[in-house]
Design a protein. Sequence first.
Length: 275
Amino acid sequence: MSIEHDSDASGVEPNEGYQRGLTARTVQMIAIGGAIGAGLFYGSGAAIEEAGPALILAYALAGLAIFVVMRALGELLIYRPISGGISEYADEFLGRFAGFSQGWTYLLTAALSSCNSGIYSTGRMLRSLAHSGDAPKQLTRLSKRRVPALGICASAAMMVIGVVVNALDPKHAFAYITAVSTVGIIVIWATILLCQMAFRRKVARGELPASDYRVPGAPVTTWLALAFLALVFVLLFFDEDGRVALVVGAVWFACVGIGYLAWTRSARDLSDREA
């Protein structure tokens, strides 16, 4: 696999340089693949068996919350279109650690839960992290076809974890993977909402231009969506798989915190030596 590096000196923006050859239909299929890969239909069957028709109401409430999240993301994208993912907005509006943690969290949940469609997005997320100095510089490289080949390979390697879990416990593998993904998804969606709220505050102060694509009913709807995500998080304590997800999630974010401290210290030492 031939790899070439697009340096910043070339005039290419850190998160650009990709070959934009995807059609609207291709993007739609990637989205559908994300839903199928994440086990939306398979998971729905198990949930309906356990909760019955009342699950329809839960799905309706979740759909409304996700609608607000997607509108919030759309508002941010209109303000500043990016290809690197939510980590860039988290870095801008919530701080460097938020960007670091969201980028690496989005690797582990998409790569594990949505297979090929997740690999597409996580490869670009890793490249964005590398440009921000939060991942090895080698991940900034693009192949001759202008795709982040090394990032895609790293994402594919993460899928091995799912294969191992399935080999060890095929009966419960799906439940474990989706439960762990749940914590990451909740945190990522909450981050999108918090970034949108921070963006709106800066707009109100006149620091940033307003977006024409706004969240309907914000900030009330944004707070309600955050409250719904917090409720889902609390409900995880009452489910066995949910408690597993919370434990693994806590371990993961502890590792991310330690990794962030180690990475920033290493980068600071390298900068001092070069100076």
